[in-house]
Design a protein around this ligand. Structure first.
Ligand SMILES: C[S@@+](CC[C@H](N)C(=O)[O-])C[C@H]1O[C@@H](n2cnc3c(N)ncnc32)[C@H](O)[C@@H]1O
Length: 120
C-alpha cells in the first residue's frame, strides 16, 4: 500500500539542539520570549520547515494550532502572510498581542514628548 507522504523525500530533524526545537529557542528572542509556553516549539523549527518548503511572501501560511503564535510571528518577520487558529482564548490573546504591529520607538518617544509638553 502506498503511504501518503507530506515530504517528497525524507527530512531529518534529528541531532538538533534542544533550543532549536523546543520553547527554549525563543527565550532569548524579542517578542517570542514574551510568554513561555512549554509545549510551544522554537522559531528555528518554524523557519527550518518554512525553508524546507521554500515559503516566500507569495505564499500564505495557516497554523491551525497556533499556541502562542510562534509560526505567525515567524512569518510576519519574513513578510509572509499568515493566519492562525487557537482554541484557548488566553493563548489566542497572547498570539494576537505578539503579532500586532507596534509603533517604532521614535514614534513612541515623540508621543511621550508631546504628552509631557501638553501637561507642562
Ligand atoms: C502544542 S500547542 C501549539 C504550540 C505552537 N506551535 C507554538 O509554538 O506556540 C497546540 C495548541 O493547539 C491548540 N488546540 C487544540 N485543539 C485545537 C482546536 N481544535 N482548534 C484550535 N486549536 C486547538 C491548543 O490549545 C494548543 O495551544
Amino acid at each position: 500500500m502506498n503511504q501518503l507522504s507530506l515530504y517528497p523525500e525524507a527530512v531529518s530533524f534529528v541531532n538538533r539542539r534542544t533550543s532549536d526545537v523546543t520553547f527554549k529557542g525563543k527565550m532569548g528572542l524579542p517578542i517570542h520570549r514574551w510568554y513561555r509556553l512549554t509545549p510551544s516549539f522554537s522559531p528555528q523549527l518554524a523557519l527550518d520547515i518554512a525553508g524546507y518548503f521554500g515559503i516566500t511572501p507569495d505564499d500564505f501560511v495557516l497554523d491551525p494550532f497556533s499556541g502562542v503564535g510562534t509560526v505567525p510571528l515567524c512569518m510576519k518577520y519574513r513578510g509572509v502572510p499568515a493566519c492562525s487558529i487557537e482554541l484557548n482564548p488566553y493563548l489566542h490573546f497572547v498570539g494576537t498581542v505578539k503579532t500586532r504591529t507596534y509603533a517604532d520607538l521614535p514614534d513612541i518617544r515623540e508621543l511621550f514628548d508631546s504628552l509631557s509638553d501638553a501637561s507642562a
